[in-house]
Write a protein that binds this ligand. Structure first.
Ligand code: PMP
Length: 378
């Protein structure tokens, strides 16, 4: 049995998602914009999925727009907010550990004359809420902070950051990349204080190529994709009914058991952390206090990530070296946290899903020890 422990990179689609996807290709194959009943049933499938995502975020379905994934959602929200709200105000405050779909978009804004203030993480990987809030002033039109970091699992104090900024600067737009928190931590848009939220399907047992953005009522985002005016003009292009239906089905089936799945992840993460803490050649990079238990990042001292990754692969165990999102090079997240280069070079990211089991943790712990013994000698 393979141990798939790379769920922050992507998850295995669940049966419900696969069935919904298939149904949308075999039965609801119409174009949601068509006026006949084949089109109508496709439209209803999209409406159902929208309701499911809205229920998970505790918001109105009208606030949800489907995209091709979180990368598109982050690009659209940030660039679309800059176009409408960044004419006079030019400052953006963002965490320094965002996913490239946010950080690269910020670089583009910077090139176009915006001032981007990046808040570095603390040694534990999280952002200091007060430092973030204090960096915002009346010239700031947008702030962006992810909910859970995709490399370390650090949970950011997003509620405190967003609600406080909204109190001090009600016109400032607040954006949260919640990809690694969605369906893992309970998210209520009203409590979070975010005007804009990004989520992705393939991190929650739906297929790749579908995501969604929450846009609070009253916030105007200029579209990136122009054309037929689908998704209320925010995202033109014929809706991917199979992927959207699958996303909705996956979310609908998981929603009632978020808490039990979280306890399972906590149990697995705690078990692995305990085992790793007993090994003197392992440094755990994820802080225990403010960590989402779905992700654990550690370094096997003296063994480069890729070497250990391939050793584990030979044992049918699949993990990630730092982040699967950034190919090669240092993890900028670990570096920003002050992790020494040598330790960052041997970082391994283990990430669980609701399908993960104790057996997988045991297999990983055994293989890590075997790997260290055979690789450290060379
Ligand atoms: N944000 C975060 C925090 C992520 O982890 C990812 C996926 N690695 C993305 C955005 C991009 O998501 P997608 O693959 O749906 O474009």
């Amino acid at each position: 049995m393979p141990a798939y422990l790379d769920n922050a990179a992507t998850t295995k689609p669940c049966d419900e998602a696969i069935s919904a996807c298939l149904a949308a290709m075999t039965e609801n194959y119409g174009n949601p914009s068509s006026l006949h009943k084949v089109g109508l049933s496709a439209e209803l499938a999209v409406t159902d999925a929208r309701k499911a995502i809205a229920a998970a975020l505790v918001c109105q379905p009208e606030c949800i727009t489907f995209t091709s994934g979180a990368t598109e959602a982050n690009n659209t929200l940030i660039l679309g907010a800059a176009e409408n709200y960044g004419k006079r105000k030019k400052k953006v405050v963002v965490s320094a550990v965002e996913h490239p779909s946010v950080s690269e978009t910020m670089k583009l804004l910077e090139k176009n004359g915006f001032e981007i203030v990046r808040i570095k993480p603390q040694r534990d990987g999280s952002i200091d809420a007060e430092e973030f809030i204090n960096a915002v002033d009346s010239s700031t039109f947008l702030v962006s902070c992810m909910y859970v970091n995709n490399e370390t699992g650090a949970v950011m104090p997003v509620k405190r950051i967003f609600t406080q900024i909204k109190k001090l600067y009600p016109d400032c737009i607040t954006h949260c990349d919640a990809v690694q928190a969605f369906m893992k931590l309970p998210i209520k848009t009203a409590d979070l204080g975010a005007d804009l939220i990004t989520v992705s399907g393939h991190k929650v047992h739906a297929p790749k190529g579908v995501g969604a953005m929450y846009i609070r009522k009253g916030i105007r985002i200029a579209p990136r994709m122009l054309g037929g005016g689908q998704e209320k003009g925010l995202r033109s292009g014929t809706e991917s009914v199979p992927l959207i239906s699958a996303f909705g089905a996956a979310v609908r089936v998981q929603l009632p058991t978020i808490a039990t799945a979280y306890s399972n992840a906590e149990e697995l993460c705690g078990r692995l952390r305990k085992k790793l803490s007993a090994l003197d050649y392992i440094t755990i990079n994820s802080n225990a206090e403010n960590q989402c238990p779905y992700i654990l990042n550690f370094s096997v001292n003296g063994i480069r990530s890729e070497i250990m990754l391939h050793f584990l692969e030979s044992k049918n165990i699949f993990v990630s070296s730092g982040s699967a999102c950034s190919k090669g090079g240092h993890s900028s997240v670990l570096t920003a946290m002050g992790v020494p280069d040598k330790t960052a070079d041997s970082a391994i990211r283990v990430s669980f899903s609701r399908m993960s089991s104790c057996g997988e943790v045991e297999a990983l712990a055994t293989a890590l020890q075997e790997g260290y013994l055979s690789l450290a000698k060379r």
